[in-house]
Write a protein that binds this ligand. Structure first.
Ligand code: AMP
Ligand code: TRP
Length: 325
């Protein structure tokens, strides 16, 4: 009997800075999972070009994303860290899956609808944006993935990947493992300014991992809390509390106790959160600055051959099964 570990796959787009939502919602879990699973983590550069991008900025964004992954504790001795475009099997399988995915299912995706609005105002909508979830399904299915850690915004895409895999297996014969997703405690970190929307990297509503202590403090102090007095915890306060719960569970319990006794001042909550978040991020930021650009790129080289051989195996089976010689 083999006692193989289950496979985890996750990815992040190199679109410049990583924000606290990306980090707490996804990347932060990666280093924990690598002790119990066989992990493949990807910088998905072909996903980054599905929306308006600058060819001059992309290499820098890829390098920075790789550095944040390493700084967050992902260990290349334990996990494979890949650059999607270096493993052409991803796009090859994506083509096959594109030919087996109904157009209507892609047009229904929430992320497509949102990005379509944003892109219309920029350079127009490209076909790659519609096909984004199919490439994502290919990323996942190529490695016979059991579990995908993601933020809540990606759940619909994982469900689509499951449907694609099931349909393929039923029609042609079993090739793909059906993946499940795993949400973190912070599966939806909200905007500091408008806490009914999710945090992104733009403006003062989002904290970047690279933000200085001063910037973090300024952004937290400017966060929206309550506008009207109410017995229910407001979305803004809840968001601050959720972040605090992850970065300092002990202080979170203290704040919650005060909240329940109705003695919590939001100014105090913000000050405490700023302090705890700054010290939580500091070691990661320090490590980030110690990694050279060359080291960040070497990481991909080290994982490439092994990842490619795994990917190749699935792709050949998929091709053979559908009758491509
Ligand atoms: P992206 O930068 O869009 O490639 O996202 C990388 C990962 O971060 C995905 O797993 C997303 O679900 C997650 N993510 C992005 N924004 C947030 C957010 N505001 N809260 C929680 N997770 C997020
Ligand atoms: N679409 C994901 C995001 O925007 C990134 C991604 C691409 C991904 N391929 C993946 C995440 C495979 C998990 C698994 O966040």
């Amino acid at each position: 009997m083999t006692n193989q570990k289950q496979r985890v796959f996750s990815g992040i787009r190199p679109t410049g800075e990583i924000h606290l939502g990306n980090f707490l919602g996804s990347v932060n879990q990666w280093s924990e999972l690598q002790n119990n699973y066989d992990c493949v983590f990807a910088v998905v550069d072909y996903h980054a070009i599905t929306t308006t991008f600058e060819s001059k900025e992309l290499p820098k964004a890829i390098i920075e994303t790789s550095k944040w992954i390493i700084a967050s504790g992902v260990d290349q001795q334990k996990s494979l860290i890949i650059l999607q475009s270096q493993i052409p099997e991803h796009t090859e399988l994506a083509w096959i899956l594109n030919c087996l995915t109904p157009l209507g299912e892609l047009e229904r995706m929430t992320q497509f609808k949102e990005k379509r609005e944003q892109e219309t105002a920029k350079s127009g909508i490209m076909a790659g944006l519609l096909n984004y979830p199919v490439l994502m399904a290919s990323d996942i299915l190529l490695y016979q993935t059991d579990l995908v850690p993601v933020g809540e915004d990606q759940v619909q895409h994982i469900e689509l990947a499951r449907d694609i895999a099931k349909r393929f297996n039923n029609r042609f014969g079993k090739v793909f493992t059906i993946p499940n997703y795993q949400l973190s405690k912070n599966a939806r970190v909200m905007s500091l300014k408008n806490p009914t929307e999710k945090m992104s990297k733009t403006g003062d509503q989002g904290i970047l991992l690279s933000d200085s202590a001063k910037e973090i403090e300024r952004k937290i102090m400017g966060a929206t809390t309550d506008t009207i007095a109410s017995d229910q915890m407001s979305a803004g306060v809840k968001n601050l509390c959720n972040i605090l719960q992850t970065v300092s569970p002990r202080t979170y319990s203290q704040m919650l106790e005060k909240y329940q006794k109705k003695t919590l001042q939001y100014l105090e909550l913000k000050k405490v959160l700023a302090k705890e978040l700054i010290s939580y991020l500091l070691p990661i930021q320090k490590k980030y600055h110690q990694i050279s650009d060359d080291q960040a790129l070497e990481i991909f080289e080290k994982s490439r051959a092994r990842a490619q051989s795994l990917a190749q195996k699935t792709l050949s089976r998929a091709k053979k099964t559908i009758g491509v010689l």
